[in-house]
Design a protein around this ligand. Structure first.
Ligand SMILES: [Zn+2]
Length: 323
């Protein structure tokens, strides 16, 4: 990726004015703002100095902000051999669809929020990228992919910079997902694509960084300024049941050690139930009971899904009061 092309679209996250890059420091050109941003090990730390949650200096030591790395050998072994408790055969297909929709548009500019590590199925998108394309993988943690540190509430890029923006299993971990989606809308080009996956029936999995869940329609409404290409279940009620059984077990824990044992025990005891989703991921009834949902849409200037249209798009079988 061309580093100077990236520098050209970076703006001050605080005031969105252009920045000057000199001596490994980004400096806001707005006289009233004057904020500065360091670059640490080649990675710009574009966190607003006024940010309430994250500080720039948090990122000047490489450590665990979100994902924990374990030193204990047993835990490392268990983490490696444990089966996934979610049956997701949907993301791969969605990334293939995105790759198809972006065909012929070169060079591509793609922004990934929460992209420090690869999301499920993203390799199908990455394999269409070549050296002229720009892939900006941002996060509030360091991982093998992190190219920029930024907070999704204040995206440090100029308006209409990207052809595709991805937030896969991210919006449940931010304090104000609606603000993040407004920012995604701002930095997306007109006719650009947006893709999000967000859980519905999933227990707390990001420790303290875990705040919200969405129904299919609740999720759709968050993206009401985008025209829908497709949306639906990422993993069905089978995966949701594995999660529930596992967390039913861990609910008995009073110490971290017992929690660990019950957590791995629950995974190995119940993971097989996820295979019901081979059937359930395609059934209509699962829309009211799914583990999570995705939304793939397109920015169209002036488009707004009305709430009447939103409710008319309900696909499930649950009755409402007037029936
Ligand atoms: Zn500024």
């Amino acid at each position: 990726m061309d580093q100077s092309a990236l520098e050209q679209i970076i703006v001050c996250p605080a005031c969105k004015k252009p920045m000057q890059f000199r001596d490994d420091i980004f400096k806001c050109t707005d006289a009233g703002c004057n904020a500065t941003y360091p670059v640490f090990n080649g990675i710009p730390i574009l966190i607003n100095p006024q940010n309430d949650l994250f500080e720039q200096k948090d990122f000047e030591v490489e450590g665990d902000i979100f994902f924990k790395t374990y030193n204990n050998k047993t835990i490392r072994f268990l983490k490696k051999v444990q089966p996934d408790i979610t049956y997701n055969n949907v993301s791969e297909k969605n990334y293939q669809d995105m790759a198809f929709l972006l065909q012929g548009q070169k060079p591509l500019r793609i922004l990934i929020l929460g992209g420090s590590v690869d999301g499920v199925g993203i390799k199908h998108l990455k394999q269409i990228l070549d050296t002229d394309d720009m892939l900006v993988e941002t996060d509030v943690s360091y991982g093998p992919n992190t190219t920029v540190i930024c907070d999704a509430h204040e995206i440090p890029f100029a308006d209409e910079s990207f052809d595709l923006i991805i937030a896969q299993a991210v919006l449940e971990h931010v304090l104000d997902p609606f603000q993040c989606v407004r920012e995604m809308h701002r930095v997306l080009k007109n006719k650009g694509l947006i893709y999000a996956e967000t859980p519905f029936m999933q227990q707390v999995h990001g420790g303290k960084y875990d705040f919200l869940r969405f129904t299919h329609l609740g999720h759709r409404r968050m993206f009401r300024k985008f025209n829908e290409i497709s949306s639906g279940v990422v993993a069905g009620a089978g995966s949701a049941l594995v999660w529930s059984l596992k967390y039913f077990l861990t609910s008995f824990a009073n110490t971290k050690k017992v929690d660990r044992i019950l957590s791995y025990g629950g995974t190995f005891l119940f993971f097989w139930i996820k295979y019901f989703d081979i059937i359930l991921n395609k059934s209509t009834g699962t829309i009211d009971a799914a583990s999570g949902f995705y939304f793939l849409g397109r920015k169209e200037e002036g488009y707004l899904l009305s709430d009447r249209e939103l409710l008319a798009s309900y696909r499930g079988f649950r009755y409402s009061a007037e029936e």
